[in-house]
Design a protein around this ligand. Structure first.
Ligand SMILES: Nc1ncnc2c1ncn2[C@@H]1O[C@H](COP(=O)(O)OP(=O)(O)OP(=O)(O)O)[C@@H](O)[C@H]1O
Length: 216
């Protein structure tokens, strides 16, 4: 479903985190991307919704080469891919409901549809009762959950998570990982970048380790 072939990424200025990376994530898999800080985990994730483009090699989603994707098709690609970030990237002047609704509002969905889907997404992450609250009133773990609700509200077949437990204690980290596990169990292909090695080892899914720009 997600295939990278000989992918290199060199940023302007000379950083070259990826140097010939090959990987394949099958439909329905849950995979962890591990590696030291700066190994290129975030870079790898950003290539999948084409937030970055590789300097060489190719990225294929469902067999489609992203290099050949016309610009006007990019919103459709991104609608199929939910993404969460370590720093949550929530809008602090909007309620949880409005934060989670944002992708659907951008898509131009009808109000009733938005309401139903946002409530379902907030319910899945256990925050339905707080839907009128603002992000500042939440803990770090709860903010990560709002980011997860926003990522899955369009029911994307692919879910990407960049360091979802970066600032959380072990108990909350386990809860967040279990939440990703639940989405994976209903068929969402899930890729999680993390350096929480003890937790990853305990969960027992496939791990792809990035080192010197390649997968090991
Ligand atoms: N937009 C950018 N411009 C220039 N260099 C960048 C850019 N984004 C990332 N880098 C560099 O590329 C390398 C890989 O960064 P990346 O964020 O992908 O690593 P990471 O494995 O996710 O690290 P961390 O675990 O610390 O988040 C780092 O040296 C980083 O400084």
């Amino acid at each position: 479903m997600i295939r990278l072939e000989g992918v290199g990424k060199r940023y302007p200025g000379g950083n070259e985190p990826l140097r010939g990376l090959d990987l394949h994530v099958e439909r329905g898999e849950l995979v962890f991307i591990t590696g030291a800080s700066g190994a290129g985990k975030s870079t790898l994730l950003r290539l999948i919704p084409r937030l970055e483009r590789p300097s060489r090699g190719q990225v294929l989603i469902d067999g489609a080469n992203l290099a050949r994707l016309p610009r006007r098709r990019i919103p459709y690609l991104r609608r199929r891919i939910g993404m969460t970030f370590q720093d949550h990237r929530l809008l602090h002047d909007r309620t949880l409901f409005d934060n989670v609704a944002l992708p659907l509002v951008i898509e131009g969905r009808p109000h009733a549809d938005i309401r139903r889907r946002v409530q379902a997404a907030l319910d899945k992450v256990g925050l339905l009762a707080q839907s009128r609250a603002y992000p500042v009133t939440l803990s770090g773990g709860e903010q990560q959950r709002v980011g997860i609700a926003r990522a899955i509200v369009s029911r994307p077949p692919i879910l990407l998570a960049d360091e979802p437990t970066g600032n959380l204690d072990p108990a909350l980290s386990l809860e967040i990982m279990q939440l990703f596990g639940q989405f994976n169990q209903v068929g969402v292909t899930t890729v999680i970048a993390s350096h929480d090695q003890p937790l990853i080892d305990a969960l027992g899914h496939r791990q792809i380790h990035l080192s010197e720009g390649r997968a090991t």
